[in-house]
Write a protein that binds this ligand. Structure first.
Ligand code: CP
Length: 306
């Protein structure tokens, strides 16, 4: 039996696997189901273990598992008490005897890695404080669909150097895309992640000016200024991120036909003005819908191919 594969980071996939999964997701979406097999997850169970709230990730995984013929069960953080009610290693070992895959949304990426270390079934990162790899697979699918390819494009990310920015930075080299990241002083993406992306062949530029970052961008991407768990910093961040709002005026400085992307939920009046997700260049809603298709391809890959 082959060793189980986890997806805790975008770097858990090789560049070739990343490109194949984007294509597979596009094919599966076009076929209104996975190509070849009607129910690739028949008889398989997936636990969704979420320490934080979710709309897109929770619903798209539950619906995706059902569409693939499998069964999912949702476990809220408080009922499991990962690392509090019992050790993470015990949660991992026990769940591995019931289900074929664990999809986990956690506060601490270290907890996710511990879960993956002790689980004998694949563990998928549904968001941690360090990465949001499932989001980025849907993002790649969205750019691929709307631009007709990925290689040679530039994505400009405006805002906090957070988990989404990090996963973008680490994933884009796999598909030949360049990454510009414009953040206020003190909120830049960490140097180690940029170095890791460079080691994967990445073309990354860390910048201060949003105008400079979007100047030759094919995609302009933003995220909330204060993520879940950073609510106490929200007021301070609103001041420090002034000037980092992505609005129609900033979009006009990007390449003609540039896409606007947001992983949602949006904080209107902060990183975007009201109505920005309905901007003619916005693909934020198809981007959210693509979570379903990208994750179906990922589940089939992890549970059937590896
Ligand atoms: N983008 C995203 O992960 O959305 P949810 O927090 O609603 O799952």
């Amino acid at each position: 039996m082959s060793k189980k594969r986890d997806f805790t980071s975008v770097t858990d996939l090789s560049p070739a696997e990343t490109r194949r999964l984007v294509q597979r997701a596009a094919d599966g979406k076009a076929a209104a189901g996975p190509p070849g097999r009607a129910a690739p997850l028949a008889g398989k169970s997936v636990a969704l273990l979420f320490e934080k709230p979710s709309l897109r990730t929770k619903v798209s995984f539950q619906v995706g598992v059902a569409q693939l013929g499998g069964y999912s069960l949702y476990l809220g953080g408080e009922e499991v008490g990962l690392g509090a009610r019992e050790p993470i290693s015990d949660v991992a070992r026990v769940l591995s005897g019931y289900v074929d895959c664990i999809v986990a949304r956690v506060f601490s990426h270290r907890h996710l890695e511990e879960l993956a270390r002790y689980a004998s079934v694949p563990v998928i990162n549904a968001l941690s404080d360090w990465e949001h790899p499932c989001q980025i697979m849907a993002d790649l699918l969205t750019v691929y669909e709307h631009k007709g390819g990925l290689d040679g494009l530039t994505l400009a990310y405006i805002g906090d150097g957070n988990n989404v920015a990090r996963s973008l930075c680490l994933a884009l080299p796999a598909v030949g895309m360049s990454f510009h990241c414009a953040s206020p002083d003190g909120y830049e993406l960490d140097a180690a992640s940029v170095a890791a992306a460079e080691a994967r062949g990445g073309r990354t530029r860390i910048m201060r000016s949003p105008s400079e970052a979007v100047a030759d961008a094919d995609v302009v991407y933003t995220d909330v200024w204060a993520s879940m768990g950073q609510e106490t910093e929200a007021a301070q961040r609103r001041q420090q991120f002034a000037g980092y709002t992505v609005d129609p005026a900033l979009m006009a400085q990007a390449r003609p036909g540039a896409l606007f992307m947001h992983d949602m939920p949006a904080h209107y009046g902060e990183e975007v003005p009201p109505g920005m997700l309905e901007h003619p260049q916005s693909v934020a809603y198809p981007q959210a819908h693509n979570r379903l298709h990208a994750q179906k391809a990922l589940l089939e890959f992890l549970l059937n191919d590896t």
